[in-house]
Design a protein around this ligand. Structure first.
Ligand code: 13P
Ligand code: SF4
Length: 332
């Protein structure tokens, strides 16, 4: 029995248990990974230490592709609840752990499934496309799921006269409408992290760094996206900063991605776009609930685990698989 914890405790209450300060958490996590045949999947918005421990770091699409194909017995999801749920839906026989079950998502919360079901009833001849940032229940009400990497391609893959409901993110929805010229009925949801970038502070920053390119995630509001030199998912933004010739970038998304940008391009400068509050950069309070300590406890106790009803898994899997099929067709 491992003696990392100060006392031999019951699993109940393990979250508050103090970890022995003399153990090396990185070594212990790597040991547990081997012992339990576990894989750590981390989103780009996780803190740097967690990104460094991960077997795979990626955007929502990449993470779901990894979850679908892994041969690990345990998936430790360093991300938020809807991501871990997606992993469970795609790999129902595996144990999926989320270091902190309170790691939710304001965008997913902005679309309660019972209200969306009523909304959907008003448009019986429409196809339902939902952004992956939503609950499993919402996915079960959908025809196709998408991420910010494949949303435009998925809409373009449908016949031109296909009527579409898109939810929950109205900003991504508006961006897709602009890119594709298609009309879609939008649910009025948004992400709290991407909705608070401040125009006035951005203007000052741009004046201070006239050479910097401005890049933004499509969850940002249209008045922010209209100013962007490039708009893309987290992996799209990262790729852009690697391939583009500029030396500096103002980045409008959650600040966690800057860690990988800086690692990939150490000679370039990355400036987080300022939010409409006293902070200089923009962190997702849900993503940042995960810590290395919680990751370790999750692996040690194999808790907290994502559990979903089999019927819900069956219903929610179809639209996600449709997304993966279309993405594969486009080489995404
Ligand atoms: P992507 O990493 O897929 O661009 O998603 C961003 C996001 O908000 C995840 O919560
Ligand atoms: Fe949800 Fe926004 Fe946080 Fe992403 S950044 S997990 S969309 S609240």
């Amino acid at each position: 029995m491992n003696i990392a914890f100060e006392k031999d405790l019951e699993v109940k209450g393990y979250i508050d248990e103090v970890i022995n300060p003399n153990i090396n958490l990185v070594e212990e996590i790597n040991r547990l990974k081997k012992e339990k045949n576990a894989v750590i999947l981390a989103h780009y918005y996780q803190e740097p230490q967690i990104q460094d421990l991960a077997d795979y770091i990626g955007d929502s699409l990449g993470l779901s592709q990894q979850a679908a194909k892994t041969d690990a017995d345990v998936i430790v999801f360093a991300g938020v609840h809807f991501m871990a749920e997606t992993a469970k839906i795609l790999s129902p026989s595996k144990k999926v752990l989320l270091p902190d079950l309170k790691a939710g998502c304001s965008l997913a919360d902005s679309c309660p499934p019972h209200l969306f079901a009523k909304f959907k009833e008003q448009y019986p001849d429409h196809l339902v496309i939902t952004y992956v940032n939503c609950t499993a229940e919402l996915k079960a009400l959908s025809d196709i799921v998408c991420t910010s990497t494949n949303a435009v391609k998925i809409v373009e893959s449908l016949p031109k006269d296909q009527k579409i409901i898109f939810g929950p993110d109205k900003n991504l929805g508006k961006h897709i409408i602009k890119q594709t010229g298609r009309d879609m009925v939008l649910w009025n949801g948004a992400c709290m992290v991407h909705e608070i970038f401040a125009d006035d502070k951005l203007e000052i920053l741009k004046r201070e760094h006239p050479e910097a390119k401005f890049i933004a995630h499509p969850e940002c509001e249209p008045h922010i996206l209209n100013q962007a030199d490039y708009i893309g998912s987290t992996s799209g933004l990262l790729k852009y900063t690697i391939e583009d010739d500029s030396r500096s970038y103002i980045v409008a998304t959650e600040s966690g991605i800057i860690y990988q940008m800086q690692k990939a391009s150490p000679d370039k400068t990355f400036i987080p776009a300022p939010p409409n509050n006293m902070c200089a950069c923009n962190d997702c309070p849900y993503m940042k609930l995960n810590t290395v300590e919680k990751l370790y406890k999750a692996m040690y106790y194999e808790l907290p685990e994502i559990e979903l009803d089999d019927q819900l898994i069956d219903k929610a899997r179809k639209p996600i698989e449709r997304m993966l099929e279309i993405s594969a067709r486009y080489g995404l």
